[in-house]
Ligand binder design. Structure first.
Ligand SMILES: Cc1ncc(COP(=O)(O)OP(=O)(O)O)c(N)n1
Ligand SMILES: Cc1nc(C(=O)O)sc1CCOP(=O)(O)O
Ligand SMILES: [Mg+2]
Length: 212
């Protein structure tokens, strides 16, 4: 089923590396209670081996299924298939969209990272279901993140693409999210604003309230 703009309203991206010493399943449960609308399993640079990653993925996937939250997998199409994910998120250095489409079921959502109008147009033409644009602001969650491009770049991409699902990502907090929405994003994707909050549930609640 294609992803709707409203599913992108508050998109949590997370792996165990983002959860400090907390249980990722408990963090996701709290974020769901707080009102996230989409989840991406991004297990990256963590201490887990592949077997442990699959095990955690099954638990997170089950939670999302119970609460009818779209469950996407970062980077790995093989893991997405194993976990019966609703979709994958692919960056510019990951599997190209046409190759991913050859492997994935037609119902599988494909999100693509873009930081320029040509990248965004290519993703749209190749049949991506949404694009993630970032970093909006400086981020501490992705060591290899590029320079922030700000909501201004998102506004230009929005103008070029017209009505196409767009989410902003990178350094987004409750204090700066309004600029991202005003630039034309259908939603915001966050890691630390939820996973590093004292209360992930309250943080998600606050972000959700501010994204109406
Ligand atoms: C929603 C969303 N947008 C962008 C990204 C970044 O993807 P990518 O550029 O492939 O970087 P990694 O996440 O793989 O480090 C994302 N994951 N989600
Ligand atoms: C996973 C990711 N991708 C980015 C991009 O710019 O494509 S920024 C980023 C990290 C987002 O984490 P936080 O909300 O803690 O800043
Ligand atoms: Mg990637």
């Amino acid at each position: 089923m294609p992803i709707k703009a409203k599913d992108l309203r508050l998109y949590l991206v997370m792996g165990s590396q983002d959860c400090l010493d907390r249980d990722p399943v408990a963090v996701l449960q709290a974020a769901i209670s707080g009102g996230i609308t989409c989840f991406q399993f991004r297990e990256k640079h963590s201490a887990r081996n592949l077997r442990e990653t699959v095990e955690l993925g099954h638990s997170l996937r089950a939670l999302c299924r119970t609460h009818r939250i779209p469950f996407l997998v970062n980077d790995r199409v093989d893991l997405a298939l194993i976990l019966d994910a609703d979709g994958v998120h692919l960056g510019q250095d990951d599997l190209p969209v046409p190759e991913a489409k050859r492997i994935l079921p037609p119902s599988c959502v494909i999100g693509v990272s873009a930081r320029s109008i040509p990248e965004a147009r290519q993703a749209q033409q190749e049949g991506a279901d949404y694009i993630g644009i970032g970093p909006m602001f400086a981020t501490t969650s992705k060591p290899d993140a590029k320079q922030p491009i700000g909501p201004e770049a998102l506004a230009e991409i929005r103008q070029a693409l017209g009505d196409f699902p767009i989410v902003g990502i990178g350094g987004i907090t409750v204090d700066n999210m309004a600029a991202v929405r005003q630039a034309g994003a259908d939603g915001i994707a966050v890691i630390s604003a939820i996973t590093r909050a004292d209360s992930p549930e309250q943080a998600a609640q606050q972000l959700r309230q501010c994204s109406r």
